[in-house]
Design a protein around this ligand. Structure first.
Ligand SMILES: Cc1ncc(C[n+]2csc(CCOP(=O)(O)OP(=O)(O)O)c2C)c(N)n1
Ligand SMILES: [Mg+2]
Length: 816
């Protein structure tokens, strides 16, 4: 529809433009009806078995009905991608239903098991959600990083043929702008010369609890402009604007502009008589105002005063269609929370639901016959055929599914296996090993290295990605030379920037790291081209970006995140930088397989597996073997690494041993059958575990030493095996033992396990439950502090002495 889309139908047969406009207005009504009805049905008509409120947001949905109708049925193109304000999910599903892409059954089961989701979900909804939303602010930022991912592909010439550049659109609740991550994304977007992003702010001036501050919003124009965005304010509807041009109109406009948010909302709720009283009192004496008020009865006055831009189809279309370039644009669309519903404007309406009487009245006003509530065309004033033709021609729906797939990139057999250089005295840390693996990959010219894209929030060099970046360069829309290199300043870092670069350097904002990983990690699905993202950060700061990490996993984005350095093993850096709970985060985070290897050959095996695992997508039935671990479906990977150099074991990792490393653990020193004790370690404390094990052998020659490379996968495998056995005899065969059950099998039934990790001891203490062994669990439970390893390990009881003490205690309690 062109800019003249606002044209009114002509007398006689309407022009095609006018007819499309009329269809949009009718569908807007339908969208409001269906979204309200879907929520009503879930709360009032579906039988409740548990007495819990079902919920859903009728007011928040109403707020976006016009804007989303305009976008989805007219403005958007198939290549555009949208993050929908979470609590407008019913509007999204209603639109998909009208487009024939959502079933009635799903709507009827809104918020029920297997039905349409409360908040749009890429993984759980079947109607082509582009970006999941739910945790406010994250979907907004996602559009920025999706655009950056799109640029990354297009500037490398990797976009699939025939797939045009799309706009990344966020439908933003105004209270979402309180979330700091939105500004982190705004900053980062500016640095990367962001293009093709629209943020459409649903400016209803209400949040969950309250009406938002008046003074705040005046700041937004300026702020977006400062970051190079275009700001388009859609404040008044066409009817209000027409009145402004008449006598008394200027005074009315001024009154609206000066009106505090709370008063405006309260008057919206109270309706026509209240508007009249207030306006008469405030501006009744201004020339022309009395006549202006007298010309309208109360309902007409209320309709005029609520004719804000975001609810005026013509104003909205005009604003959207006026944008033809790719400059990032923020639309501030004035709306009313709950417009058209009985609680419009009420400050407590966030979770408000129409009661059955109110719904009956709403149904009557919408001319929906009883029994025709789910009918796509009931109650509309245009012929069904006209509306069907219109829907069939909606540009956004012109192509089928907008989910793409990309062939996996093979992992080469000769995956880098760095060895400890003699200069290091034969020692190597896992972080150093990671850097060496990446540098070696960078030297090659394989497809895998081509598709790897790295990123880090200002800790690229200190997480050992420097070697990779030196060879692969920094990604930038514009080629830029490294000035230090040009000036012949000696530096180990050569940071040339160009569209060919393969590292995206971020400012220090961990939310941005994880949302960028989410966007890059969905590139195969969003843009049809496979990327293999690897992000690094200091391990403790995973917690800083944790919700964004969860968000990335929830959307099934695929990436490797490297948390390094970690734990108190960081030594002198001190407590603020020493992670304690990250191993538990790694275990508990769905969609993320976590590893903490001690040795670099283990790391190499894990990374080779990880690049394959992150590309898997087999959703077939789960059953036996590694299907327990969802290994066929794939996922993302978290590597918890360390800067502590360790003597590397003199060995060539066999394929079988590599498999054990991937499964989560292996006997570094196997126990004798029936052994009474085993030391179990994870990560950088391998040296202490080895030393303690050597000493204990004098007294307990059969004691074993178990290396845990992934407490997460051992634990997941055990739970999955238990579940499988509970599911039936076929699954419960002996062959279905989990890796950890097999590993602990040779120990005596009453053996003791001494577990040790530089992290929370609960990471390993569950091992005792697998076969009923007793456990002495060593680890870090309190904030770290500065010190060298000898002092710190002693203080936190994870040194050799502490392990031996625990062994002694375990033996004593066996004797007793
Ligand atoms: C991170 C996060 N914190 C809190 C919430 C709970 N919550 C849901 S909606 C909402 C307020 C939303 O207001 P706004 O974005 O203005 O949307 P509106 O309902 O007004 O359209 C809050 C606090 C959430 N979903 N996510
Ligand atoms: Mg709001």
């Amino acid at each position: 529809m062109s800019k003249s889309s606002a044209a009114q139908p002509e007398a006689g047969r309407p022009s095609p433009v006018a007819e499309r406009f009329a269809c949009l207005c009718e569908l807007e009504r339908k969208v409001l009806w269906l979204s309200s009805w879907t929520i009503h049905n879930a709360n009032h008509l579906r039988p409740s078995r548990d007495g819990l409120k079902v919920g859903g947001h009728q007011a928040s949905s109403a707020s976006l009905a016009t804007l989303m109708t305009a976008l989805y049925f007219n403005v958007l193109r198939p290549q555009d991608r949208v993050a929908v304000k979470p609590h407008a999910s019913p509007v999204f599903h209603a639109i998909q239903y009208l487009l024939g892409r959502q079933s009635r059954d799903q709507l009827e089961r809104f918020r029920a098991y297997g039905g349409a989701q409360s908040y749009p979900s890429r993984t759980k909804d079947g109607d082509d959600v582009d970006f999941s939303t739910g945790s406010v602010g994250l979907g907004v930022a996602m559009t920025t990083f999706a655009s950056l991912a799109q640029d990354y592909l297009r500037l490398k010439g990797w976009a699939p043929e025939g797939l045009p550049e799309g706009r990344m659109v966020a439908l933003v609740g105004d209270a979402e702008l309180d979330e700091g991550n939105v500004y982190e994304a705004l900053f980062e977007g500016w640095k990367h010369d962001l293009r093709n992003v629209w943020w459409v702010i649903d400016y209803n001036r209400q949040s969950l609890d309250a009406v938002v501050s008046d003074r705040l919003f005046g700041r937004f124009d300026q702020m977006f402009t400062n970051f190079g965005w275009r700001v388009v304010t859609i404040k008044y509807g066409k009817r209000l604007e027409a009145v402004f041009a008449r006598p008394g109109g200027a005074a009315l406009r001024q009154w609206i502009d000066d009106c505090p948010n709370s008063l405006y909302s309260a008057l919206v709720f109270k309706g026509g008589a209240a508007w009249r009283k207030q306006l008469e009192a405030d501006i009744g004496a201004e020339p022309g105002v009395a006549a202006l008020l007298a010309d309208r009865d109360d309902p007409a006055l209320a309709a005029l005063m609520t004719n804000l831009g975001g609810h005026d189809m013509a104003a909205v279309l005009e604003a959207f269609h006026a944008i033809e370039d790719d400059r990032p644009t923020c639309f501030i669309a004035y709306t009313i929370k709950g417009l058209g519903l009985p609680f419009a404007g009420h400050k407590d309406n966030h979770a408000g639901l129409m009661n059955p009487d109110q719904m009956a009245e709403f149904q009557r006003r919408n001319q929906i016959p009883e029994g025709a509530e789910w009918d796509r065309f009931a109650g509309l004033d245009l012929p069904e055929a006209t509306l069907r033709d219109f829907l069939d021609a909606v540009p956004f729906a012109a192509q089928g599914t907008r989910r793409y797939a990309a062939a996996p990139v093979a992992v080469p057999r000769n995956f880098p296996r760095p060895t400890a250089p003699n200069s290091n005295g034969g020692t190597l840390s896992t972080q150093d090993g990671f850097g060496r693996i990446m540098t070696e990959l960078a030297r090659g010219d394989g497809a895998l290295a081509e598709r790897i894209v790295t990123t880090s929030p200002d800790v690229t060099v200190s997480t050992n990605l420097g070697g990779w970046v030196n060879r692969r360069g920094i990604f930038d829309r514009h080629p830029r030379e490294d000035v230090f290199k040009e000036q012949k300043v000696v530096s180990a870092q050569r940071w040339s920037m160009s569209p060919a670069g393969q590292h995206i350097e971020l400012g220090i904002a961990e939310n941005n790291l994880f949302i960028l990983l989410a966007a890059l990690g969905l590139s195969h699905s969003l843009f049809g081209t496979r990327l293999l993202p690897v992000g690094t950060l200091y391990d403790p700061f995973i917690q800083r970006g944790l919700d964004a990490l969860n968000y990335a996993c929830y959307q099934d984005a695929r990436f490797i995140v490297v948390g390094t350095p970690s734990g108190i093993t960081l030594g002198p850096e001190g407590g603020a930088h020493q992670s304690i709970s990250t191993p538990l985060i790694g275990m508990a985070q769905d969609g993320l397989a976590s590893f903490e290897p001690a040795y670099v050959d283990e790391l190499s095996a894990i990374m080779a597996w990880a690049f394959d695992y992150m590309q898997r997508d087999d959703r077939g039935p789960t059953g036996s073997g590694t299907a327990w671990l969802r290994d066929a479906a794939g996922g993302s990977i978290y590597l918890r690494l360390s800067t502590r150099p360790l003597a590397q074991p003199p060995r060539e990792l066999s394929a079988a041993r590599a498999e054990e490393v991937i499964a989560g653990g292996y006997w570094l020193r196997p126990p004798a059958p029936g052994a009474e004790l085993a030391i179990v370690y994870c990560g950088a404390v391998a040296a202490e575990a080895l030393a303690a094990h050597r000493e204990i052998l004098d007294d307990l020659p059969g004691a074993g030493l178990l290396a845990v490379t992934s407490a997460d996968r051992l634990n997941a495998g055990w739970h999955a095996a238990e579940q499988a056995r509970r599911s039936g005899p076929a699954e419960g065969s002996r062959d279905n033992l989990a890796a950890i059950e097999r590993l602990l099998g040779p120990l005596a039934p009453d053996a003791a396990l001494i577990t040790v990790i530089d992290g929370h001891p609960a990471t390993l203490s569950w091992l005792g439950a697998v076969r009923g062994h007793s456990v002495q669990a060593l680890g870090v439970e309190h904030f770290g502090q500065s010190g060298d390893l000898a002092d710190l390990y002693r203080h936190y009881h994870i040194d050799t002495e502490a392990i031996l003490d625990a062994c002694a205690a375990a033996c004593l309690s066996r004797v007793r």
